[in-house]
Design a protein around this ligand. Structure first.
Ligand code: ASP
Length: 584
């Protein structure tokens, strides 16, 4: 080994020992008589010291040839420092160097390898291998590793088997576009990359592997957002001989154990909320329940008083911003502009200030009396000093808009602390979702999700009202996981395909293998998948998953370091039986 210790290891008790370290030069300070080097590796930083007159002059000469990020090896003695640095664990000591070797030189890096780097996003991504040398990024990857290990330990302890499923498969519909891979040996045919191992894990249940998991890459060709990557990782799980309650129990247990083991945080028992309630009170199927600020519907008290905007609306609904009654005109105008931005799209915002003297000041004083406004405040449980914020319009649209405003107010009021965790099971999702574009119902989760037995009769009469045995795990407004109890009999599965508008032939072509498997003794089963990158970001207190992926893609799905996607040459295309016409 080219070292006796790492750069994070030496402490005062090592004083007097001869040691050998290897690492990267973080910084050199040359004060003439004295030279210091901060030597860095994955474990930390140790200060090396050289003194003219004491240190061999050849060594000093070599030091003066070095620059940032040179890889060096140093041998010397551990000494106590005169001026200690309490910011780093090795800050009590330094190594008085007797011999040094340059293992490799380095070009000047395009940005500084420091916590506060001068490199912009684009540059850091191009040189990601240098970015990964930075503490902040490394810490995130260490956290990811710990989470993955703790997950494996927990699930192994519960008798789950880790089984690898194939990556070159046939399309599994999970609502996104597939990435496809042309087959050289089968002209004109394509593999699809899995959007998830959904059908394979269900087949494993038919095989009797009653507890399966896999930490697995999944691929979805979707438009990218901060919390999306074209390839991402799931903790994918499936269990046989279970009901919904068993799955929720098992994975609540796993999540709690991850919080305890990795963050040393005890989280309370997870709350439960039906989907319909989440939509009614939070306007979202992934409510951030770190704070209350529930929606209050005001149709009864606010309509039919001559204010056309409200009278013509399907829903009038508001939230209480506690203690914001003293917002200035400017602040309220700014909030109004905020909800009117195209991303939110509200036409306007109605506000009511609950004054300390018991009176009210609103943006609709022309239409409503003090008594009317008092009625609203009472219905909303508001007190003097609060601000009521009210939107109106079509139910679905207005709920979405008020959800955004609620989250924004929560942020402004400091109610979304990233050290506080509020886990929630959202249950009873609808089975089907109406798609305006194709004018038919789609599976809200995926076509293998089972309807609730008591709702099956509604499939023909009121398909939108059928609830599914489907659940999401939401933590702090982020969808961390989702799953369902599956259909396990061939008859219900083919009924489901009928309702989703698959012809018998289409269903057979796409899912014949699964339907056939169900004829050979499929046990009742269900499962869940966690978005592993999101889980890492949540544990790391960050919003973007990109910082927790070693080599992520940018907003246009490109890896700018390896420059991919890229064209391939004519011969390769030919071999794959492909002709490409690029649109100019
Ligand atoms: N395959 C599903 C998903 O990726 C998860 C599941 O139903 O287990 O969302």
């Amino acid at each position: 080994m080219l070292r006796t210790h790492t750069c994070g290891e030496l402490r005062i008790e090592h004083t007097g020992q001869k040691v050998e370290l290897s690492g990267w030069v973080q910084r050199i300070r040359d004060k003439g008589g004295m030279i210091w080097i901060d030597l860095r590796d994955r474990y930390g930083i140790t200060q090396l010291i050289f003194q003219e007159g004491e240190t061999n002059s050849e060594v000093i000469e070599k030091v003066r040839e070095m620059g940032r990020e040179f890889v060096i090896n140093a041998k010397g003695e551990v000494k106590e420092r005169y001026s200690k640095n309490d910011k780093i664990p090795t800050g009590d000591v330094e190594v008085f160097v007797e011999d040094i070797e340059i293992l490799n030189s380095s070009k000047v890096p395009p940005f500084t390898i420091e916590d506060d780097t001068d490199g912009g996003e684009e540059l850091r991504m191009k040189y990601r291998y240098l970015d990964l040398r930075r503490n902040v990024v490394r810490k995130n990857l260490v956290l990811r590793h710990k989470l993955a290990q703790a997950t494996r330990r927990y699930l192994d302890g519960q008798d789950f088997l880790e089984v690898e499923t194939p990556v070159l498969i046939k399309s599994t519909p999970e609502g996104a576009r597939d990435f496809v891979v042309p087959s050289r040996m089968n002209a004109g045919e394509f593999y699809a990359l899995p959007q998830s191992p959904q059908t394979f894990k269900q087949l494993l249940m038919v095989s009797g592997y009653d507890r399966y998991f896999q930490i697995v890459k999944c691929f979805r060709d979707e438009d990218l957002r901060a919390d999306r990557q074209p390839e991402f990782t799931q903790i994918d799980c499936e269990m046989a001989f279970v009901e919904q309650e068993d799955i929720l129990d098992t994975f609540e247990g796993m999540t709690k154990s991850l919080f305890k083991e990795v963050l040393n945080v005890d989280v309370e028992d997870f709350k439960r909320m039906p989907y319909s309630e989440a939509m009614k009170y939070y306007g979202s199927d992934k409510p951030d329940t770190r704070f209350d600020m529930k929606f209050v519907e005001l149709n009864e008290v606010a309509q039919n008083k001559g204010f056309k905007v409200f009278d013509s609306a399907e829903l009038v609904v508001g939230i209480v911003a506690e203690g914001c009654g003293d917002y200035s005109r400017k602040q309220v105008d700014e909030l109004t502009k905020w909800v009117q931005r195209p991303q939110i799209g509200a036409k306007g915002l109605v506000y009511v200030k609950c004054n300390e003297d018991g009176s009210f000041k609103s943006s609709v004083d022309k239409f409503f009396s003090q008594d009317d406004l008092k009625g609203w405040a009472e219905k909303m449980n508001a007190s003097a000093g609060d601000l009521l914020l009210i939107l109106s319009g079509d139910t679905n649209t207005v709920r979405k808009q008020l959800n955004e405003l609620r989250l924004e107010m929560g942020k402004r009021l400091g109610l979304r602390d990233n050290k506080v965790f509020a886990p929630l099971w959202v249950v009873d999702f609808p089975l089907l979702e109406w798609d305006e574009e194709s004018e038919r119902y789609h599976a809200m989760h995926h076509p293998f999700t089972s309807p609730k037995a008591e709702d099956i009769s509604k499939l023909d009469t009121d398909p939108g009202a059928v609830r599914a045995n489907a659940y999401d795990l939401v933590i702090n407004g982020v969808e961390i996981g989702g799953g369902s109890i599956r259909i396990h009999d061939q008859k219900t599965q083919s009924l489901m395909f009928d309702h989703l508008g698959f012809t018998k032939e289409e269903a057979k072509k796409q899912f014949g293998f699964l339907m056939e498997a169900f004829e050979y003794g499929a046990p009742p089963h269900g499962g869940i998948a966690f978005g592993f990158d999101r889980l890492c970001a949540l544990f790391g207190g960050a919003e973007s998953i990109r910082d927790f992926i070693a080599f992520p893609k940018n907003n246009s799905g490109r890896d700018i370091m390896i420059d991919s996607p890229a064209t391939i040459d004519r011969d390769q295309l030919h071999e794959l039986h492909l002709k490409i016409e690029v649109e100019e």
